[in-house]
Design a protein around this ligand. Structure first.
Ligand SMILES: Cc1cc2nc3c(=O)[nH]c(=O)nc-3n(C[C@H](O)[C@H](O)[C@H](O)COP(=O)(O)O)c2cc1C
Length: 352
């Protein structure tokens, strides 16, 4: 392998290729993580939408299939977070990823146990704070990226963060799918790339075929950012459900959020007290309003329609803009091997 593909990122995470398969709710399951880590990438299990029991079963399944290192993605306010953190330590998980950071105590605890902390940031002002709060690696997701996303384009954000010389590996994220993207990111000064949509659009992801077919049709200019799903900017394929959400009034949105929140509550087995505590915890400890917090309960049910039940028309399809440039569903092995070969060729071409 080209020497440039061995970076501080591969060293820190113990993977062979400087490529991270990111966490995607109901997508980055044991099936996808095993497939990506077997090929030398580093994968994150999307545990933010799992109960502790589900998470443990998924960790065991990955460990039964391969001894390669992998990470777990969490949400600071999910139910059973303490159990999941202890589980990550007990099962010797290599890294923890998150958007909204867990408490300083949790960060200290996992770092003491040897896990690497890998937050995703979407604005340069968050980079220094994240490192102060214990980040070992920074994933910088530009606005092109899928799911919750910021407002700064990937290359601009990357430049802003690299210029701060924060002393931790920096990973470019948002809009990547191939080896030339990796070569460009490395030349730019990043230490690797992170990809969500590309791995979701693979034969190894559990996303239902009917939903994958919709992703294959997506156009780069028709994957907008909307705040109507859960109150936070989220990039999704523009389908009828998203168009309806865009048209709905504030009251209609809150009503729908409440109904869907109640459905999710019964799905996860949360009690009413736990639900209220979680919502209140999120609203009081973050910059989210109570309205946004309520709307956060909206998202899981609508996303699952497409991503789990295979009814893309009735749900929403979180996606990076890169889906508009993807027209096939290769295996993770093909994706990762292609990235290695193509990035090596790019690096050699530039070197020559
Ligand atoms: C279907 C889908 C679901 C996602 N779910 C999560 C999630 O549960 N947690 C998370 O931190 N990020 C989530 N994301 C964001 C991705 O982890 C990743 O940061 C993003 O997809 C990167 O941009 P890209 O799609 O251009 O590669 C999701 C993205 C997609 C496309």
């Amino acid at each position: 392998m080209h020497i440039a593909l061995r970076t501080p990122l591969t060293e820190a995470l113990g993977c062979q290729v400087p490529v991270i398969q990111t966490a995607m709710g109901w997508v980055s399951t044991s099936q996808l993580v095993s497939a990506s880590i077997k090929e030398g990438a580093f994968g994150f299990l999307a545990a933010a939408v799992m109960t502790p029991e589900e998470c443990e079963a998924e960790i065991k399944t990955i460990k039964d299939q391969t001894d390669k290192p992998f990470g777990v993605n969490i949400h600071a306010f999910q139910q059973g977070i303490d159990k999941i953190i202890d589980m990550c330590i007990d099962y010797d998980i290599a890294a923890l990823s998150y958007g909204r950071g867990p408490s300083p105590e949790i960060v200290e605890k996992v770092k003491a146990a040897g896990l690497k902390c890998v937050p995703t940031i979407g604005a340069s002002k968050h980079a220094g704070k994240a490192v102060k709060m214990g980040a070992d690696i920074l994933v910088c997701q530009g606005q092109e990226g899928g799911g919750h996303t910021g407002y700064t384009p990937t290359w601009l954000l990357l430049g802003q963060v690299l210029d701060q010389n924060l002393g931790v590996p920096v990973v470019a994220c948002g809009g990547f799918k191939d080896g030339r993207g990796l070569a460009a990111a490395l030349a730019f000064g990043a230490h690797g790339i992170a990809m969500g949509t590309r791995f979701m659009m693979s034969s190894d992801s559990p996303t239902p075929q009917a939903t994958k077919a919709e992703y294959l049709k997506a156009e780069v200019t028709k994957i907008p950012v909307s705040t109507k799903l859960d109150g936070l900017p989220q990039r999704m394929v523009l389908n009828e459900t998203l168009q309806d959400l865009e048209k709905s009034s504030k009251l209609g949105m809150l009503l729908r959020a409440f109904q869907n929140g109640m459905k999710y509550k019964s799905q996860t087995g949360m009690s009413m007290t736990q639900t209220v505590k979680t919502a209140w915890g999120m609203a009081s400890k973050t910059d989210m309003t109570l309205g946004q917090t309520m709307m956060a309960g909206n998202a899981p049910m609508i996303i699952q329609k497409a991503m789990v039940e295979g009814k893309p028309d009735e749900g929403v399809l979180p996606s990076g803009q890169i889906a508009g440039l993807i027209d096939s569903l290769p295996s993770c092995a093909e994706i990762i091997q292609g990235i290695v070969t193509d990035s090596e060729q790019c690096l050699k071409r530039v070197g020559a």
